[in-house]
Write a protein that binds this ligand. Structure first.
Ligand code: BTN
Length: 249
């Protein structure tokens, strides 16, 4: 941990004020803790934060690394309706883009929700839902931000950290508050406004892509976040999850 970036219960209590939160120095996954708290009755907007994750989860069953002192691992509990559910990941990505803007870093979104600066991923987002029978109890919005993570050579072209890019010290506690405020602010906007803002940030549109072995032009997105790909036979496909690979050259 750097001496100007203390992340502990006292620092967070100071920054988060009356917001409901739980902090642990080390968690397997903040999403797991938040999913449990959601089931126990946590209020809308409650947050779980860890300095380190030992079994952080990424999309599509991947691992997400959060060593101590170098990243943000936070999960926001959102008591939203089924209609609003797709907007949650959009609000998360938009909130991170706005913090990049504030640091002078031009940010965009690689579908569905990787926030990138200069084509390198600085943040991953993992929404997970909790259902009781047919009823959605809520969604946990997991946000992982690389603040001063060092990357091995094989990842240097695809991943980056905010602090070295911005060239200024970044403190995690205030950044967590700003991200939380921004997510909650987006979620009281109209679905249309959220969708339009997310779409404007999407760098994938108009590009030739491969997703789930499907190759074509990323032509648009649906309101549920699905990517629309036009294949070379002119057929339009809707893809709800997957990794986008851009055609090289
Ligand atoms: C991705 O694959 O891009 C999504 C990564 C999401 C990581 C965050 S860190 C906080 C929260 N807890 C987890 O276990 N995962 C999410």
């Amino acid at each position: 941990m750097s001496d100007y970036d203390i992340l502990d219960h006292a620092a967070l209590a100071d920054s988060l004020g009356t917001r409901a939160f739980r902090y642990v120095a080390s968690a397997a996954s903040t999403n797991d803790l938040a999913l449990a708290w959601l089931r126990e009755g946590a209020p809308h907007g409650a947050i779980v934060i860890a300095d380190e994750q030992t079994a952080g989860r990424g999309r599509l069953g991947r691992l997400w690394h959060t060593p101590p002192g170098v990243a943000i691992a936070m999960s926001i509990i959102l008591r939203v309706t089924v209609d609003t559910a797709p907007l949650v990941m959009m609000a998360g990505a938009l909130a991170v883009c706005e913090r990049c803007d504030a640091l002078g870093l031009p940010a965009g979104i690689k579908w569905p929700n990787d926030v990138q600066v200069s084509g390198r991923k600085i943040c991953g987002i993992l929404p997970e839902a909790v259902w009781q029978d047919e009823k959605l109890l809520g969604i946990v919005l997991g946000i992982g931000v690389n603040v001063r993570m060092a990357f091995a050579d094989d990842l240097k072209d695809t991943a980056a950290s905010l602090e070295p890019l911005a060239g200024v010290p970044v403190q995690r506690a205030p950044l967590i508050v700003q991200l939380h405020t921004s997510v909650m602010g987006w979620l009281v906007q109209s679905p249309h406004a959220i969708h339009i803002a997310w779409r404007q940030r999407l760098q994938t549109l108009g590009q030739r892509v491969t997703v789930n072995a499907l190759n074509g032009i990323a032509e648009g997105v649906q309101t549920d976040g699905a990517l629309l790909i036009r294949d070379d036979h002119g057929v339009l496909h809707s893809v709800l999850a997957g990794d986008v690979f851009l055609e090289q050259g």
